[in-house]
Every structure is written in structure tokens, then in C-alpha cells.
Design a protein around this ligand. Structure first.
Ligand SMILES: *[C@@H]1O[C@H](CO)[C@@H](O)[C@H](O)[C@H]1NC(C)=O
Length: 242
């Protein structure tokens, strides 16, 4: 009797810890948390909530749904992982439709009109973040959570930022984005690295091309974790004349 109870209890514990390990592994992936991060004090920049604020987001980004770094365990999650097949990630869907991929993400398809992805609420009734507004040559600072992958023993894989043509009527293919990468950012550029390595805030700053015409541009954030393992987030930038 005692042994049966014990083994049942330890079996339950084992299963519980396996589920924990598996789900943590499955969820520890990154995504663009903010497209237009502004530092409170540009002379003392940091990516933590207390030192800045976000002025523009990815499509249908639920504000205040979760703490920073925790939207990969949202329902649906934010870490869209592109398909490995078809024949490879460079040919797979560029922005999540919430259905395809190794790990389908949240719905990041283009809004109709584009602004519809930045107003009102998402499918679960949660208020979504505003669209990014900038200008030709404008600086953007993009933020993401480290998700344990910015520690020294992890390979540093870049984040690529790519743009569409002006005023596209549909999302570029992945190959089209790859032909217009405007910058590579250092994934491990994190600040406030004392706490839990999962929630280190990281990011990179860059300038939009000065030659952009006013209009909407789709911007893709893309991060490589393993050789064929890519995660993307998509946002629209409203570029206004200077
Ligand atoms: C790295 O992060 C800091 C903030 O901690 C930021 O000021 C800087 O621009 C970032 N570097 C690059 C190259 O993006």
C-alpha cells in the first residue's frame, strides 16, 4: 500500500517535471516585443521597462496581456517558427497566419486596411498596440526578450531587419524580404542582465533608408536559432515625409 502510493506520487512528479521541461523548451523562443522603443535617457540607454517606453508594435500585439518576455506562452504564442520544409525556411510564409509553420504563431497577417492591425482589440478582446510612425532616415530601436539565448555559451545569431516595397497590397515572400535586408542586429545586445536569463531585455537600433518614399512598408524581424530554425515578427511602418 505504502509503496503503491509512493510510486504513484513519484510517477506523477516525474510526469509533471517532464511536462515542465518540455513546455519550457518549446516556449523559450524570441519575438519582436517592440518596433519603436524610445529610451527615457538616451545618454543612459537600457531596454528595461523602467528606462523606456514603446511607441509602435508588431501586428495585433496584445498590450498588457503578459509580463515582458512571456508572450511566447500566450495563446496563441508569439514565436512563429517558419516551416523547415517547402523546401526550406527561405521559401516559407514570411509573416505568421496563425496556422502554418513548425510552431504557428499569432495572426500577423496584413490588416485590411493596414491600420486595422493596430486599432481595437485582437480576437481575444485585448487592446492591441499602435502602429510605428517614422520618416525617411528615421531611427528605430527594436526590442526583444533574450529567452535564455543571449548567454555566453549560446551561439550569437543575428536578427535581420527587412523591408517591403512602398504600399504593398500583400506581404512579401520570404525571398523578397531576403533581397531587401536593411540591417543585421546583434541578438545578444541586452541590458539589465542581472536577473533571470529568460527575461533579459535586448534590442538594436538602426536607421531607415533615407530614400524611402512616404507610405506603408512591411518590416520583418527574423531571428535564427538553429541551422534551419527561424522565427519572425511582422510590423507595418507608416513612413511620413520629413
Ligand atoms: C545596444 O543596446 C543599447 C542599449 O542598451 C543601445 O543604446 C545601442 O544602440 C544598442 N546597439 C546597437 C548596435 O543596436
Amino acid at each position: 500500500m505504502f509503496f503503491t502510493t509512493l510510486s504513484k506520487a513519484s510517477l506523477a512528479l516525474l510526469v509533471a517535471s517532464m511536462i515542465l521541461v518540455l513546455t519550457q523548451k518549446a516556449e523559450a523562443h524570441s519575438y519582436a516585443d517592440c518596433i519603436d522603443w524610445r529610451f527615457k535617457d538616451p545618454k543612459n540607454p537600457s531596454w528595461s521597462d523602467k528606462n523606456g517606453a514603446c511607441f509602435g508594435y508588431a501586428r495585433r500585439f496584445p498590450l498588457k496581456a503578459k509580463l515582458f518576455a512571456k508572450l511566447d506562452s500566450d495563446d496563441p504564442n508569439r514565436h512563429y517558427q517558419q516551416s523547415h520544409k517547402n523546401p526550406d525556411p527561405d521559401h516559407s510564409l514570411a509573416c505568421s497566419d496563425g496556422k502554418q509553420g513548425e510552431e504557428p504563431g499569432a495572426d500577423e497577417t496584413m490588416g485590411k486596411p493596414i491600420s486595422a492591425a493596430y486599432t481595437g482589440t485582437d480576437k481575444r478582446g485585448r487592446k492591441v498596440g499602435p502602429q510605428t510612425v517614422s520618416k525617411p532616415g528615421g531611427q528605430l530601436c527594436v526590442r526583444w526578450p533574450a529567452k535564455n539565448h543571449a548567454v555566453p555559451d549560446e551561439k550569437n545569431q543575428p536578427v535581420t531587419i527587412a523591408l517591403s516595397e512602398v504600399n504593398p497590397t500583400k506581404d512579401p515572400t520570404q525571398l523578397q524580404f531576403l533581397s531587401n535586408i536593411i540591417t543585421n542586429l546583434n541578438y545578444k545586445n541586452c541590458s539589465d542582465t542581472k536577473l533571470n536569463t529568460d527575461i533579459w531585455p535586448c534590442g538594436g537600433c538602426f536607421k531607415l533608408p533615407t530614400t524611402l518614399k512616404p507610405g506603408n512598408f512591411v518590416m520583418q524581424w527574423r531571428w535564427k536559432l538553429n541551422s534551419n530554425e527561424w522565427y519572425t515578427s511582422c510590423a507595418d511602418i507608416d513612413v511620413r515625409a520629413k
